[in-house]
Design a protein around this ligand. Structure first.
Ligand code: AMP
Length: 222
């Protein structure tokens, strides 16, 4: 089963795809995480991407498509994967179908996490992760049970993404509106798009996602 998560920044794609990864034995592929790792390593790709990411702009299609192509060819992706943050342009969506078809594969379901734009900026500026294990939190909706201590690993160190600043978020939302939202009709036309209400509490969003996956025939009810 191969799945795509679509939705604006802050819609919950990362949170929900990690849950699906665990439940269904799929591999989560976050192109944003991959790029941040390249930036941290100071690689060629990282150096090309860094300034664009800090400015809230998308990186060029050719760069991200080549990176994604290498990743989905890895053995761990053969059982199925969840794309979180890719595709983000129509060219990426089309190229993805072409590269999968060449391997006899396809995207089974595209889950669109629908969230009103007004609440995204607050959501994004409140989020942070554990610096040690990567557990995600939000100041308003999902703080650690004990303030300042990670629920998962007990660490006291947390970090925020450089591009989660309000000014950058405005730019990221603009890129989403102009370049990514126009992909939705592409998947709708081919009957793969399932819309999920991303404004519900996280557990209810997960339940809606599971129902959408069942409905599409991608999984059978346990
Ligand atoms: P994300 O973690 O998915 O929000 O991605 C963080 C940043 O990485 C984005 O704002 C873009 O600069 C870049 N990025 C991630 N995925 C893509 C993609 N599929 N196409 C272009 N840029 C991307």
């Amino acid at each position: 089963m191969n799945i795509i998560f679509l939705g604006p920044p802050g819609a919950g794609k990362g949170t929900q795809s990690k849950i699906l990864e665990e439940r269904h034995g799929l591999v989560q592929i976050s192109t944003g995480d991959m790029l941040r790792a390249e930036v941290a390593r100071g690689s060629d790709i990282g150096n090309q991407a860094k300034a664009l990411m800090v400015a809230g702009k998308l990186v060029p299609d050719a760069l991200i498509i080549a990176m994604l192509k290498d990743r989905i060819a890895q053995p761990d992706c053969q059982k199925g994967f969840i794309l979180d943050g890719f595709p983000r342009t129509l060219a990426q969506a089309e190229e993805l179908d072409t590269m999968l078809a060449a391997d006899g594969k396809s995207i089974d379901v595209v889950l669109f996490l629908d969230v009103d734009e007004e609440i995204l900026a607050d959501r994004i500026s409140g989020r942070f992760t554990c610096a040690k294990c990567g557990q995600t939190y939000n100041e308003a909706s999902n703080p650690p049970a004990k303030e300042g201590e990670c629920d998962a690993c007990g660490s006291h160190e947390f970090k925020r993404r450089a591009d989660d600043k309000r000014e950058t978020v405005v730019e990221r939302l603009k890129e989403y509106r102009n370049l990514t939202a126009p992909i939705l009709p592409f998947y709708e036309k081919t009957g793969r798009l399932r819309k999920v209400n991303g404004m519900l509490p996280a557990a209810e969003v997960t339940a809606e996602i599971e129902a959408a996956l069942e409905d599409s025939g991608a999984i059978t009810k346990k």
